[in-house]
Design a protein around this ligand. Structure first.
Ligand code: ATP
Length: 266
């Protein structure tokens, strides 16, 4: 069983679409295959449907039509087996538990043994050394986000879904996380999906970037990020890095241009 858990899953979306009850079409029928062990970044304009797509993959939002498979199983089953973890921009930490207590809870909910050493290692990895016994209210927004990332990682999920996880994290810590986290999920072979507004961050962290159109989300570009790993902050100053960020910006502009104009302008 243990060997089975270590296999990273492919994520397959078949004609997945979402229209909310009020009539908002968030995601157009979309076909997608995310490769096992790869890190894929979703970038696109605000409100285009990135979080909705991520929430559908997480099994937290049912698609209106189409189907999603994670390593051959539906998302709800993957979530139930704790093979999947999500870290959102707005971390939902339990206020009465310390950082360590919140991370430990994820292990106990996943019916995994408490592992004080693994918890402490993760606390250090996200730069929260010395704050293990602190409650969320005593942390900054960025520190809470980092605690939520540690909580998402502690169960060693095969699929890791990150929705703007560094939104409130300061620039230096972001750079540190952008170096340390990929090392961890590469070592574990985790399949990772990252939603981010930062094109630089997307290029730094991912193997592939999917550029989405304005709502309803459709894929306008699929860009392979073939930069060598491990990557360092200095890589962002290379020509290869600049060419990739340019390609993403170009695709974002093309997506905007292709979008229908707002009703008032028609
Ligand atoms: N539960 C919901 N009910 C109704 N509409 C929703 C719901 N959740 C999201 N939407 C709408 O769906 C669209 C896509 O939202 P979503 O949060 O997926 O976008 P996003 O690309 O993640 O945005 P951002 O980058 O600003 O976080 C938006 O128009 C949003 O208002």
């Amino acid at each position: 069983m243990a060997a089975e858990r270590t296999d990273p899953p492919a994520v397959i979306c078949r004609a997945v679409a979402k229209t909310f009850a009020g009539g908002t079409e968030a995601v157009r029928p979309l076909d997608l295959r995310l490769e096992p062990g790869q890190t894929t970044a979703l970038v696109g304009p605000s409100g285009c449907g990135k979080s909705t797509l991520l929430r559908m993959i997480a099994g937290l939002e049912p698609p209106t039509s189409g189907s999603i498979e994670i390593g051959g199983a539906p998302p709800a089953e993957t979530l139930r087996r704790a093979d999947l973890s999500v870290a959102f921009q707005d971390p939902s930490l339990l206020p009465w538990r310390s950082v360590r207590g919140n991370i430990a809870l994820a292990l106990s909910l996943a019916r995994r043994p408490a592992d004080a050493r693994a918890i402490d290692e993760l606390i250090a990895l996200v730069g929260l050394e010395g704050f293990g016994d602190t409650r969320p209210a005593q942390l900054s927004g960025g520190m809470r986000q980092r605690a939520a990332i540690a909580r998402a990682l502690v169960t060693e999920p095969r699929l890791l879904l990150l929705d703007e996880p560094f939104g409130a994290v300061d620039e230096l810590t972001r750079q540190q996380l952008a170096q340390d986290l990929p090392r961890l999920w590469e070592a574990r072979g985790t399949t990772t999906v990252l939603v981010t507004h930062s094109v630089t961050e997307a290029v730094m962290l991912s193997d592939r970037i999917l550029v989405l159109s304005p709502r309803p989300a459709a894929i306008v570009a699929d860009i392979a990020i073939d930069l060598p790993r491990p990557r360092a902050p200095g890589d962002a100053r290379t020509d290869a890095f600049a060419a990739l960020t340019d390609a993403v910006h170009e695709a974002l502009s093309q997506g905007m241009a292709r979008a229908e104009p707002p009703l008032a302008a028609q």
